[in-house]
Design a protein around this ligand. Structure first.
Ligand code: PLP
Length: 374
């Protein structure tokens, strides 16, 4: 199917750019001396996972059990489910382990650890557990000095069929850093928190083989990964305007865009309407924190090579995007013309779509499906 035949709105993915992003992060992690466990919450796609794990040890991270099941189905068998486990989800995890995969789970809750320990004697396989550490985002995790840290470790290590795999942390607050120096500082806080927690566990007699950290900004800018064993960035596979605003990538590293069609043309209002609204682009405006005028995405010409004179999606309804710009080239944009919108936040924009239309040399050459749901 040629690009002209792709029905809009549609999610386009530039395969060569993904491959380049993947190779660059692989090389960066090798330079830092840690394993790369790409987080597939962004791409949710086996073909992207294959590119991201090429030259790495093959492990991945996921954010939903639906992703975990999808990736097991596609042959990935070393998976960290990097959202806190609840006992009600345990049977699904065990069923995936029964299929030969190794699914590491995470907790920061002593009662959950006790519930796991109670059920563990009946497990057919060993379940690996990471203790989640808070390195400053204050979303989830224990402070590295928390008293409950060794207490959870004791519960896990005492139980049959449970293995305390180590610690994991994520510096989500790096997304609010105004410059590279601030990201470097957060990266160091992230590293230090994970390493300190691991040291405490080791001092208490726990092996703690895995010390896992990472976000895309901290993976891109960390000066040291000493004491870490792996990093788990995810957005870097696709990149987006937010990452560009943070300095993590260049415009030409953004691998995804939403192909849209002009459905209304209002020169008197200085506005175009496109058939990509909040359900095709998402309503995420995170990029605006450091990129004034990012709106709901930058509007590029149909090949995505060139931004249309400052054109931005300034507002969205469910299926309408409102495009404005300093000097929109209305003569080149009749109803039916096509544009591409670069996403603010690739994870959320991509989650609006079931599949990628893979683009190479300006043509649509393949369709890659995405994992959906929870
Ligand atoms: N690890 C965890 C626990 C996460 O929640 C995320 C993203 O939300 C990542 C890793 C990947 O980081 P990023 O999205 O910055 O690439």
């Amino acid at each position: 199917m040629g690009l002209a035949d792709v029905r809009t709105p549609a999610l386009l993915l530039d395969r060569a750019v993904v491959a380049r992003n993947a190779a660059a992060m692989t090389a960066r992690m090798a330079r830092l001396g840690v394993r790369l466990r790409p987080h597939l919450k962004t791409a949710k796609c086996a073909q992207v996972a294959a590119l991201a794990t090429a030259g790495n040890f093959g492990g991945i991270a996921v954010s939903t059990l639906a992703e975990a099941a999808y990736f097991v189905e596609h042959g990935f068998n070393d998976i960290t489910y990097a959202v806190a486990i609840v006992p009600a989800k345990l049977d699904e995890v065990l069923a995936l382990q029964d299929r030969g995969a190794r699914i590491a789970i995470a907790t920061d809750d002593p009662a959950t650890a006790a519930a796991l320990a109670e059920r563990a004697p009946a497990f057919a396989t060993t379940l690996n557990v990471l203790i989640e550490i808070d390195c400053g985002q204050h979303r989830a995790g224990l402070a590295p000095e928390a008293e409950t840290l060794p207490a959870i470790a004791r519960i896990l290590d005492a139980a049959p069929n449970l293995a305390l795999e180590g610690v994991m942390t994520h510096a989500g607050h790096a997304y609010h850093c105004g410059d590279v120096t601030a990201i470097e500082r957060v990266a160091e806080d992230e590293r230090a928190a994970a390493v300190r927690a691991a040291e405490r566990l080791r001092a208490a007699g726990h092996a703690c083989p895995t010390v896992s950290a990472g976000s895309t900004p901290t993976a891109v800018f960390a000066r040291s990964a000493e004491g870490l064993t792996e990093m788990r960035p995810g957005v870097y596979t696709l990149f987006d305007l937010q990452q560009m605003a943070l300095g993590c990538c260049r415009l030409e590293d953004i691998a995804v865009s939403v192909l849209a069609t002009v459905v209304g043309r209002y020169p008197e209002r200085g506005r175009l309407l496109i058939d990509a609204g909040s359900l095709a682009l998402s309503a995420d405006t995170g990029a605006n924190e450091f990129l004034a005028g990012a709106g709901y995405g930058w509007v590029m010409d149909g090949t995505a090579a060139r931004r249309l004179d400052g054109a931005t999606v300034v507002d969205v309804n469910q299926e309408h995007g409102f495009v404005e710009g300093a000097a929109l080239p209305f003569d080149d944009l009749p109803v039916g013309a096509r544009v591409r919108v670069l996403p603010n936040h690739a994870c959320i924009t991509a989650a609006m779509h079931d599949r990628y239309h893979v683009v190479e040399g300006g043509e649509a050459v393949d369709v890659w499906e995405r994992a959906k749901g929870w």
